[in-house]
Write a protein that binds this ligand. Structure first.
Ligand code: GLN
Length: 435
């Protein structure tokens, strides 16, 4: 952990790392469990792949959509700290319910996880923002560190839970995911002493300068508008990024030459590549942006988002390169895929942790968690959209879909630049450093 960051950061880092371990571990075996035949050693539910992908799409959308009620509960009733704790309990209970082998337990488990992630995910992110004072230049870097924690969980879980699930049984895998969340809860409870001043419930009447039911000021409204516009753009980003688990995964399996020194690398291994890239490049990208900011060069969140979208576009152009190579039926070079993931992750690092931080700078205090919840709902829609776009490849062709995604991302990146001044005005200096 870097020096100079608040003591609460490692606590939130490890809690979220375990929560994501639990989430991505379960997610890695969900579709496999659903589609595996009902007979044999490690029986599944025997669903068709379209039935399984259908449930998967709804599930990945709903986990993030529940961020809206999760945010409302934190802002209106419990505060973020207690809501995160409650979310952890729901998630652990849900994962452990999946250990049982019956359909009622299966659906109950999913419902508990969806509710739990909704309670935990947006609120733990808002708490990270609460660790930093207004105008602290370390805030964005703090979010990147937090984001690295997320990806340590996301990188290890599919390998570990995937292995246990496939070899020792799906239900044991779900149990391991539940155990991960319980470890997260232990860290969170132990670390409460470092979180005394963050995430506590503040009744609207007590928030400095606001009376209950006092309408939002013009500045606050403008800031909400700029947030909502960025959410729409970021939704496009996630619709592109989430191709990784679907179309890019299938493409890797079918059309990328995965042989290395006479050995064929399994396609599923590449699912962990983006998360590993986040761990490797997270600090480098954050330091790059922080140095620029301290030198007074353009480095606002909106600017980073715009660059992130353009880099994401370049990432998908690499996939167009691969698709061009496979037109005559040969397999494409692995380097296209690696370069694509690399660029996608550089884009992700300029967008995803940055938006989390941006929200904590711009949202009015009394709506902080709700705005975070709305953001996650937008990512949920992005996930659902990703499935629809990925499905187009079958009729339209991969080259067309990859290139279309590249064009859209680049276009939206430039759109931010075109309206940059206007958007920045709407933010009313929320990002100015006070050092
Ligand atoms: N990969 C990130 C995480 O799991 C972002 C997810 C999202 O916002 N859709 O937290």
């Amino acid at each position: 952990m870097q020096k100079g960051h608040p003591k609460g950061l490692p606590i939130l880092f490890f809690t979220e790392m375990w929560e994501r371990f639990s989430f991505y571990g379960m997610r890695a075996i969900l579709v496999l469990y659903l589609t595996k035949e009902t007979l044999g050693d490690n029986p599944g539910l025997g669903w068709t792949s379209s039935e399984a992908l259908g449930l998967y799409g709804w599930y990945t959308m709903m986990v993030y959509f529940m961020g809206i009620p999760g945010g409302i509960i934190a802002d209106k009733f419990l505060g973020q700290k207690k809501t995160v704790f409650l979310g952890g309990l729901f998630i652990a209970a849900g994962q452990l319910t999946l250990v049982l082998e019956n359909m009622a337990a299966f659906y109950t488990g999913l419902a508990l996880i969806v509710t739990g992630v909704g309670l935990l995910k947006p609120n733990i992110s808002t708490m990270v923002g609460g660790l930093y004072k207004k105008g602290d230049p370390k805030r964005d870097a703090g979010f990147t560190i937090f984001y690295i924690g997320i990806n340590i969980g996301a990188a290890i879980a599919p390998l570990l839970v995937g292995y246990i699930g496939e070899v020792y049984g799906w239900h044991t895998g779900f149990g391991l995911a539940g155990l991960g969340m319980l470890l997260g809860q232990v860290v969170y409870i132990w670390g409460q002493k470092f979180l005394k001043d963050v995430g506590n419930f503040v009744p609207a009447a007590k928030i400095e300068g606001t009376k209950t039911n006092k309408p939002l000021t013009k500045i606050e409204k403008d800031r909400i508008i700029v947030l909502l516009i960025s959410f729409a753009i970021v939704m496009i980003f996630w619709a592109a990024y989430e191709q990784a688990g679907g179309l890019m995964n299938l493409y890797t399996f079918e059309k990328i030459d995965r042989s290395l020194f006479g050995f064929e690398i399994p396609a599923s291994i590449f699912q962990s590549v983006p998360a590993f890239f986040v761990i490797i490049f997270g600090t480098i990208v954050a330091t790059f942006w922080m140095k620029r900011q301290l030198k007074g060069k353009e480095s606002s969140s909106l600017f980073k988002m715009s660059m992130g979208m353009i880099i994401m576009g370049a990432g998908f152009l690499m996939m167009s390169g691969a698709a061009l190579e496979t037109i005559d039926g040969t397999k494409a070079m692995l380097i296209w895929l690696i370069l694509s993931y690399l660029l996608q992750v550089i884009g992700e690092l300029s967008i995803s942790p940055v938006v989390l931080s941006f929200i904590t700078k711009l949202a009015p205090v009394k709506y902080a968690s709700i705005m975070m919840g709305l953001y996650f709902a937008a990512t949920g829609l992005g996930n659902k959209l990703a499935g629809i776009i990925g499905g187009l490849a079958e009729s339209a062709g991969e080259l067309e879909v990859f290139t279309g995604i590249a064009v859209f991302c680049t276009l939206f990146g430039f759109l931010i630049l075109v309206f940059y001044k206007k958007l920045k005005d709407l933010a009313h200096g929320a990002e100015d450093l006070k050092v």
